[in-house]
Design a protein around this ligand. Structure first.
Ligand SMILES: [Zn+2]
Length: 442
C-alpha cells in the first residue's frame, strides 16, 4: 500500500496536513525524517485514487515515506504529551501464567487457590514533561512527573519496548508504560491522535510498575507456600491411606489363622436374628426353616456382618426366588456387589475387609478380594444346584417352580457334604470342592 506523508515540520514543530492551509511550496514545511523540503498537496479531499491531502518531497529528494510518516507520528505524540497535563495511567493485572509454573506438577495446581489482583486505568494529572530523557543505559521518549515522581512514557509506532530496555527500567526502579500508536498511522486528525495518546484504555500497558512487581513477587511466594503445603498434604494422605491399607491387610491375615477364623465365623452365628429374618422373606411361605443351600459356609464369609443364613436368604430371594419381578434375570457378580455397596440390597458389609490382598490359608498363599469372592462362590453353588446358569461371567436366574433344587443329585451331594465338614475352617471352600469332586468320581 502506498503511504502518504501526513506530517511535516514547520518552525521546529510537527504539523498535520489538516492544519496547513497553504498549497505547494508555500506551506514552508520540511520532512520530519530527512529534513528535505516538502510541498503540500491538498487536492480536492480524497480523490479517485484514494489519495487524501498529503505532503510530498520536492522532486528529486530521496526519502522513505513510511519511515517519515512513523517519525512524524512519534514526534507529534511527544508534542501532545508536552502540551497537556492529564493522562490515563494503565491498569495492571497479575496473570495466572505468571504465577503458576508450567512444570511437571501442574496437574495438581488447580487445587492451589490464589486470588490474582488487578487495578483499573486511572486518569492522572502530571506537572512536568521532559522529552528524550537519558538514564544510565536507556533514553525514554518522555518522562512525566506525577506528584513529584518520575514516570517514563514510551510511544510505540513500530518499535516496541524490548526485553533489554524493560530489564534496565526495572533495575533503575523507574516506572514506565508504553502507548501503542501502531493503529494511528493513517489517522488524519490531530485531535484523535491526542485522544489515543492521552485517554484510550486499550492501547497502554505497564513495562515496569513497582506495585505490580511487588504484587507478582508476593503472589509467587504465596503460590510456592500453598503448592508445598498441598504436596505435603497429598503425601501425608497417601501415607495415611497406605497405613490404613496395611493395617487392614494385617488384620485380614490374622483373621485367616485357623483359631481366629473359627471365632469370627462363630461370632456371626445368631439363631434369633436368622429366625426373625426368615419371617420376612417371600419364600418363607414355602419353608419352616432355612434350606441347606442358604447356610453354606464360604471362605471369608465374615465380609458380611450377619449370620450367613440372612445374607444367603436375601440373595436367594432377590436373584432366584423373585428375580426382581422378571421371568428372566441376568446379572453379574459386579452388579450384585454394586447393589450391596449402594445399599439397594440390604446386606451389612464390612468394607475394611474388602481389600484386595494375599493371605495364607492352610499353608497356601491365596489372593483374595472378599466382597467379590464370597458372592461368586455362593452364586456358583446356586448354579450347581440348578437354580441359575452362567455364561461369560453373566448369571441367568430362572424362577424355579419350587424351593426344591432343580438338580436333585447335586443337591443331595452338597447337603451330605455340608453335614460332614467343619464349617469353621478357613479352607472350607477347598474342602467342599474336594469332597464334591471325590463323590462325582464314584
Ligand atoms: Zn524525507
Amino acid at each position: 500500500m502506498e503511504v502518504f506523508l501526513s506530517y511535516g515540520k514547520r518552525d521546529g514543530k510537527v504539523v498535520h496536513i489538516s492544519e496547513v492551509t497553504e498549497n505547494g511550496k508555500a506551506c514552508g514545511c520540511v520532512c520530519p525524517a530527512c529534513g528535505g523540503a516538502l510541498v503540500a498537496k491538498h487536492g480536492k479531499g480524497i480523490d479517485k485514487g484514494g489519495r487524501r491531502p498529503h505532503f510530498a518531497h520536492l522532486s528529486g529528494q530521496e526519502c522513505d515515506t513510511l519511515h517519515a510518516q512513523q517519525t512524524g507520528l512519534h514526534l507529534m505524540a511527544k508534542e501532545i504529551l508536552a502540551e497537556n497535563s492529564e493522562i490515563l495511567l494503565p491498569g495492571w493485572k497479575i496473570e495466572r501464567a505468571d504465577v503458576f509454573p508450567d512444570d511437571e506438577n501442574k496437574a495438581t495446581y488447580p487445587f492451589v487457590e490464589i486470588e490474582l489482583p488487578s487495578t483499573t486505568p486511572t486518569l492522572c494529572k502530571y506537572e512536568a514533561v521532559e522529552l528524550e530523557k537519558g538514564f544510565p543505559g536507556i533514553v525514554a521518549d518522555a518522562v512525566i512527573t506525577i506528584r513529584g515522581r518520575a514516570c517514563a512514557v514510551e510511544i510505540a509506532v513500530t518499535h516496541f519496548v524490548d526485553e533489554e530496555k524493560a530489564i534496565k527500567t526495572e533495575e533503575l526502579g523507574l516506572p514506565m508504560f508504553e502507548i501503542n500508536l501502531a493503529d494511528m498511522i493513517d489517522e488524519t486528525e490531530r485531535v484523535r491522535i491526542a485522544d489515543a495518546v492521552l485517554r484510550y484504555h486499550d492501547n497502554r500497558k505497564w513495562i515496569y510498575n513497582k506495585k505490580q512487581a511487588a504484587a507478582l513477587e508476593e503472589k509467587r511466594e504465596e503460590f510456592q507456600r500453598k503448592a508445598e503445603k498441598l504436596s505435603r498434604d497429598m503425601i501425608e494422605k497417601e501415607v495415611r491411606s497406605q497405613a490404613r491399607r496395611e493395617q487392614a491387610e494385617n488384620e485380614l491375615s490374622n483373621l485367616f489363622e485357623a483359631e481366629n477364623y473359627a471365632k469370627a465365623v462363630r461370632r456371626l452365628r445368631n439363631d434369633r436374628d436368622a429366625a426373625a429374618w426368615l419371617e420376612k422373606y417371600d419364600f418363607s411361605a414355602e419353608v419352616d426353616d432355612y434350606p441347606f443351600y442358604m447356610d453354606i459356609p464360604i471362605t471369608g464369609e465374615f465380609i458380611f456382618r450377619c449370620d450367613r443364613r440372612i445374607w444367603q436368604g436375601k440373595l436367594f430371594e432377590d436373584y432366584v426366588y423373585n428375580g426382581f419381578g422378571g421371568s428372566l434375570c441376568i446379572f453379574t457378580i459386579h452388579d450384585v456387589q454394586k447393589r450391596i455397596y449402594q445399599r439397594k440390597t440390604i446386606i451389612p458389609i464390612d468394607k475394611a475387609k474388602a481389600v484386595k490382598t494375599t493371605v495364607v490359608i492352610d499353608g497356601t498363599e491365596r489372593e483374595i478380594s472378599l466382597s467379590f469372592d464370597v458372592l461368586r462362590k455362593y452364586f456358583d453353588y446356586l448354579e450347581k444346584l440348578g437354580f441359575i446358569s452362567s455364561c461369560n461371567n453373566e448369571y441367568y436366574s430362572r424362577r424355579p417352580l419350587s424351593m426344591i433344587p432343580p438338580k436333585g443329585e447335586a443337591a443331595k451331594q452338597l447337603s451330605d457334604i455340608l453335614a460332614s465338614v467343619d464349617p469353621y475352617s478357613p479352607n472350607i471352600d477347598s474342602i467342599i470342592d474336594r469332597e464334591m469332586e471325590a463323590r462325582s468320581r464314584k
